[in-house]
Design a protein. Structure first.
Lengths: 187, 187
C-alpha cells in the first residue's frame, strides 16, 4: 500500500476535534500506540529515509516497513505491515539479524473517518499534539490529486501547506533529544 | 530457545514409524510445511550458518531465525520464531529490507512425542525420508547430556551417530540442485 499523508502541529487539540467533526468526520476510535523503531546494520535508515517499526497497540503487535518519501510536499510512502503474535521473539529475530532499536515513540491517537480520509489527532509523548490526514491507495495512480485533496481539506482547518511537517515523530524525537543533550541546561 | 536436534536418513519410513511407536512414542499429528528460506543483503547465511525462514503450515505462517550450529556433532541451534498474520506482507517487508528468497523446502511431517523428545518423520520433496529427534531447552545447561540422550535413543532405532546428518534440508536441496545443474544429463 501507499500511504498518502500530511501532518501538522496542532495548538488546541480540543478545538481541532470540534472543527473536524463539524466538517463531517466520524470518530472511529482511540488507540494507545508505542512504536519502537529499528535501524539496520547495513544501511542507515536515517539517511535512506526508511523505517522499520514494531507497534504495540491495544495488546496487538504489528511489524511495519516504510519506504522513502515519494514526493517533496507530503509524507507519502510505501507502507507494508503484518500483525505478529510474539513481540519479544520478533525483537529477538531483529536483534539476531543485526537490527537495533533506536527509539520509542508513544502516543494517544484519536481516529476519525471522512470519505477516503483517515484523520488522526495524536498526542505524542514529549512532542505535543498533531493532526495527520491520510489516504491509502494501492498504486501511484492519481496520487498527486489525492495529495492536493488532503491539502484542500486541511486548509479548511486553518492549516497552511507551508506549515505541514514532513518529518516523522521518530526524527522529531531524535532531534529533540540531540538538542536537549547539547543544550546549556544539561551542562 | 535452543533446539537440540539430530537428523538421519531413513530408508523405510513405515518400518521406522513402527519402531518409534514400539519404543513408546505417541503420534501427535501430521503437518504439511512449505519453508521459504531467505538470505541477507549484508552477510551470507550460507557462510554464517544462520537461517531466516517463513514457514507455511496448515494455513498458519511463522517467521523463524536460526543461529549457527553450536557444536560439531548435532544440529543444535538457537531458534526464535513468531507467528505472522500476513505472509505476503511479511515477504514484502523482507524484500524491502533487501532479503531475498533462496529456495523452498516442502515436506510432510509426522510428529511423535516421547518424554522430552519430539520425533519427526519427514518426507521431503526431492530429497527423501528423514527422522529428526529434537529437545527444546531454554539455555545451554546440560545440553551435551541431552545431545547424548538423543544419540542413545536413535541407536535403539539402528541409527549410528556417524550416519547422522548435520546439513539442513535447505543445504541439501541447494547442493542437489547444483549437482543437477552440473550433471552431464543437463548438457
Amino acid at each position: 500500500m501507499i500511504e498518502i499523508e500530511v501532518k501538522a502541529f496542532v495548538e488546541d487539540p480540543k478545538q481541532m476535534e470540534r472543527w473536524i467533526i463539524e466538517l463531517g468526520a466520524t470518530p472511529i476510535g482511540i488507540e494507545s500506540q508505542a512504536d519502537t523503531y529499528y535501524n539496520a546494520p547495513y544501511r542507515d535508515f536515517g539517511k535512506t529515509d526508511e523505517a522499520l517499526r514494531i507497534r504495540v497497540q491495544d495488546g496487538k503487535s504489528i511489524l511495519t516497513y516504510k519506504g522513502p518519501k515519494m514526493d517533496s510536499v507530503s509524507k507519502t510512502r510505501k507502507e507494508v505491515q503484518t500483525q505478529i503474535q510474539d513481540i519479544d521473539n520478533m525483537g529477538q529475530i531483529l536483534s539476531s539479524l543485526g537490527f537495533f532499536p533506536v527509539s520509542t515513540v508513544s502516543k494517544k491517537r484519536k481516529n476519525f473517518r471522512m470519505g477516503d480520509f483517515t484523520i488522526s489527532l495524536d498526542e505524542v509523548r514529549n512532542l505535543g499534539n498533531f493532526i495527520e490526514v491520510e489516504i491509502s491507495v494501492k498504486d501511484q495512480k492519481n496520487y498527486q490529486e489525492k495529495v492536493e485533496s488532503i491539502f484542500r481539506f486541511i486548509a479548511k482547518l486553518g492549516l497552511k501547506r507551508e506549515s505541514t511537517i514532513r518529518k516523522s515523530y521518530l526524527e522529531m524525537i531524535l532531534e529533540k533529544n540531540e538538542i536537549d543533550i547539547c543544550s546549556p541546561t544539561v551542562e
